[in-house]
Design a protein around this ligand. Structure first.
Ligand SMILES: O=C(O)CCC(=O)C(=O)O
Length: 262
């Protein structure tokens, strides 16, 4: 039976081969303009949730402005519990079927983020998403859904193909590490230039980074991450319970002890 037989959203054998070789892939036009208009409105409405956006709420991630240094809200992590629309998207066959072809078995949602990348946000240093916590799945894969177009000007995510086969590049000590740039051949970088409704998928061991957003507009993306069913099953709740404990401990190291999750 061919890989996509009887299913309308599965990968072709060539797409599956390319993903296995490179550790990332792009699927164009997965979500319709009407669906993206709805998601655009949802992300806009969430941006105004002043009851949630607070420096002490560990749901919220912040970044400095590349020119002024001003600390700006940039991400909800998690997001599906405050957005039934995004929860439905995370369960959409157009995401789950490609993942089933990558895994050879069903995918389970592990983590969900809405990244706004507002004007001036500095972006991310080189890293792999895998972090060596006892329960962190080695089959971690992220599905990025572009809400806005992403390009070099607004800091598209840049992935480095092939390295996923090496596993963890940095020590597996349960801490987050940026990867020194000399460990990566930067000429291999591929910026994920996307249009609204496009989807990119990349492996938890694929090194990636993103440059500052040097435009006056947001570069909004969903980052929905999954694990293969055999690798811990449905463990999203357990992940966030552990992640929150870990975050609270990290903040406490900097003297910040009044954190909460809402
Ligand atoms: O926003 C981006 O381009 C990268 C985000 C990222 O790497 C992450 O959240 O781990």
């Amino acid at each position: 039976m061919s890989i996509a037989e009887n299913r309308s959203h599965g990968l072709t054998a060539e797409q599956a081969r390319q993903y296995a070789a490179d550790g990332f892939m792009i699927l164009r036009g997965v979500f319709t303009p009407a669906e993206m208009a709805e998601l655009d409105r949802e992300a806009g409405a969430l941006w105004w949730r002043k009851d949630l956006i607070d420096k002490d709420n560990i749901r919220c991630r912040w970044q400095n402005h590349v020119e002024t240094g001003e600390c700006t809200f940039e991400c909800f992590d998690p997001v599906i519990d405050v957005s039934p629309l995004i929860a439905r998207m995370a369960d959409d066959p157009r995401i789950l079927e490609p993942l089933r072809d990558i895994y050879g078995e069903p995918a389970c949602l592990f983590k969900d983020k809405l990244i706004y990348k507002p004007p001036g946000a500095v972006g991310y240093g080189m890293h792999q998403d895998y972090i060596a916590w006892k329960t962190f799945p080695r089959t971690f894969v992220t599905v990025l859904v572009a809400i806005d177009a992403a390009d070099s000007q607004n800091g598209a995510t840049e992935v480095f193909p092939g390295y996923h086969k090496q596993g963890a590049i940095m020590p597996e000590d349960g801490m987050y590490h940026e990867i020194p740039l000399e460990k990566i051949d930067l000429s291999r970088g591929v910026e994920l230039h996307l249009q609204p409704g496009d989807v990119a998928i990349f492996d938890g061991f694929t090194p990636h980074r993103s440059a500052p957003n040097r435009t006056e507009s947001y570069r909004r993306q969903l980052y929905l991450s999954y694990n293969a069913e055999h690798d811990g099953g449905r463990q999203r709740d357990a992940h966030y319970a552990y992640f929150h404990e870990w975050l609270v401990a990290r903040y406490a190291e900097y003297g910040k002890t009044n954190t909460y999750f809402k």
